[in-house]
Design a protein around this ligand. Structure first.
Ligand code: GAP
Length: 529
């Protein structure tokens, strides 16, 4: 729809002169993250959990606009995965599952990271993420890691790394730390039981630990560390209840929990986070073809919403990186301010999960294809365990990625000749918390009423808009730039007379005058970009 420019320029917009450096410019990554974290708090995207009590480390609350952004990303994923395909259905499984699930999946035995203590400054860290140093070389560090401490030096152990905090080579042995959060289900407190048993007995620490472990096992359960397992253990229920034919997929969005040794970069790595995972079940032998398909689909999905497509890349896993059950894996990586890092994993998981759960549960988790001949016997009908391709994305990590991608600053000269900087979030309209802001210029002369009618029209269409009559029009524009609202629709005196309004575009700051009905159509068209 052509927009008619009638030369009206409302409010304190800047005359843009140049694009200020953003994340792809010369600004340091730390500065950019500091600005994003600050914007997140100031504008209600992400708050520190329990802030009034000093906060809880690595736990975050999504504020009014963060909740919208997160929901919008999840909704776009769900639309793409489930609504736009005939062969993928959804699941919303319980966070707590039978403990045997985690025994069978290998998480109880193997879902751990190597934990090391620094004997100098007491820092606890992940050995595989520690700064590398040449084994046997001498490094300098300060006693206790504190300023003013004695200057020491020591040799790097054959493991070839040092403490990330103080640089000391004096480290404990590595031990495996399981990342699962353990809890108990039911009205039994294992500690009370043990306390009762211990009464009057004098036992060694090892014996007490053994008793505690035994008691904890009785009603132990875990917070899921991934959403994926529910889709394997519900494979048959979903396939049969929905008469799904292979190839088909099960999709799920939800919380996962990992007791990470190191949480980092704001919401990038936290202990409680959300995932968007899909298990795609296919015929053995077709996994390579499906892997290529899903790898490309997932990149295309990120590109659809990104401003800077070059900040996304695919990285194939080396053979020694592959999990033992996987025959191929790609990471979708994003160029975060601190460097390239994982955003999503697309893994070919063979028939490992279904086979393991079938073996342990005794339930046949297989598929019978009447149309195919069994390749082993040549006879009609083939029963097989499907192979799985798994695109596993981080939802909360995507929130961070899209915030970084959208953050921009523009310098310009205002009407008084002063240089000002405009901060904006160039979020894709489908991800933006509000799709438009409806702004009566003044709170009188029928303008609020007309603005409210327009708000109701958008709400009837299911489009989330903001009615905003607070502060000057210039401040309102700035506020909506900063929270990523693609369009501001301003109702003024003329609007009441002739049914037109001013539409201001977030990214160009250009304003056009047009009839109200055309403004509604423009917002709808923007959503289909
Ligand atoms: N089922 C496979 C699986 O869970 P993963 O690579 O461990 O694979 C998938 O997790 C995605 O979940 C990651 O690419 C990342 O985006 C997100 N993720 C994993 N751990 C996270 C954490 N501690 N905090 C935030 N996001 C995390």
């Amino acid at each position: 729809m052509p927009l008619v420019l009638r030369g009206r320029h409302l409010g304190g917009d800047l005359l843009l002169t140049k694009q200020a450096p953003n994340q792809s410019g010369n600004e340091s990554g730390n500065d950019l993250m500091t600005k994003i974290v600050s914007l997140c708090k100031r504008r209600g995207f992400v708050f520190q959990s329990s802030e009034i009590y000093g906060g809880l480390k690595s736990c975050y609350d999504y504020g009014p606009l963060g909740a919208e952004l997160k929901r919008n990303i999840a909704a776009e994923w769900w639309r793409n995965m489930v609504y736009e395909r005939d062969n993928i259905v959804g699941l919303d499984a319980s966070i707590m599952m039978h403990p045997q699930v985690w025994q069978t999946s290998g998480h109880l035995a193997g879902f751990s990271d190597p934990l090391v203590d620094c004997l100098n400054c007491r820092e606890r860290f992940r050995a595989d993420k520690a700064p590398r140093a040449e084994a046997g070389s001498t490094v300098n560090y300060v006693q206790g890691g504190k300023s003013g401490g004695a200057k020491l030096s020591g040799a790097v152990s054959p493991k070839g790394y040092v403490c990330p905090q103080c640089g000391a080579p004096t480290l404990s042995e590595e031990r495996q730390f399981n990342l699962m959060f353990r809890t108990s289900l039911g009205p039994v407190d294992p500690l009370t039981e043990v306390a009762r048993e211990l009464e009057g007995k004098s036992l060694t620490a090892a014996k007490i630990r053994e008793m505690l472990e035994e008691a904890a096992k009785k009603n132990v359960t875990y917070l899921r560390p991934e959403t994926a397992q529910a889709m394997f253990v519900q494979f048959l229920n979903v396939q049969q209840s929905m008469s799904m034919k292979v190839p088909f997929g099960i999709a799920q969005v939800g919380k996962s929990f990992r007791n990470e040794i190191v949480t980092e970069h704001f919401i990038f790595r936290s202990c409680e986070f959300e995932q968007m995972e899909m298990e795609f079940f296919c015929e053995p032998g077709t996994q390579k073809e499906w892997m290529n398909y899903w790898r490309d689909e997932r990149m295309a999905w990120y590109h659809r919403y990104a401003n800077d497509k070059s900040a996304f890349r695919l990285r194939a896993h080396e053979d020694d990186e592959l999990a033992h059950y996987s025959d191929e894996c790609y990471d979708v990586e994003y160029r975060y301010p601190w460097g390239w890092g994982e955003l999503e994993g697309v893994a070919s998981r063979t028939d490992y999960d279904l086979s393991r759960h079938a073996a342990e549960s005794g339930v046949k988790l297989s598929y019978f294809d009447q149309q195919k001949n069994d390749p082993a016997t040549g006879k009609p009908g083939w029963r097989y365990v499907p192979y799985v391709i798994e695109p596993a994305a981080g939802l909360t990590r995507s929130v961070l990625c899209f915030l970084i991608d959208a953050y921009a600053e523009e310098s310009g000269v205002d009407a008084e000749g002063e240089t000002k900087t405009r901060v904006l979030l160039k979020l894709h309209p489908r991800l933006a918390p509000y799709k438009a802001a409806i702004l009566p210029l003044v709170k009188k002369d029928g303008q609020p009423e007309m603005a409210m009618e327009l708000v109701k029209e958008f709400r009837r269409l299911g489009i989330n808009v903001s009615y905003d009559d607070k502060q000057s029009i210039g401040k309102r524009y700035s506020r909506h730039d900063e929270i990523g609202t693609p369009y501001c629709l301003t109702i003024d005196n003329d609007s009441v007379k002739d049914g037109t309004l001013t539409l201001r575009d977030r990214d160009t700051a250009k304003q056009v005058r047009l009839p109200v009905a055309e403004a509604v159509a423009a917002v709808k068209a923007k959503l289909d970009q």
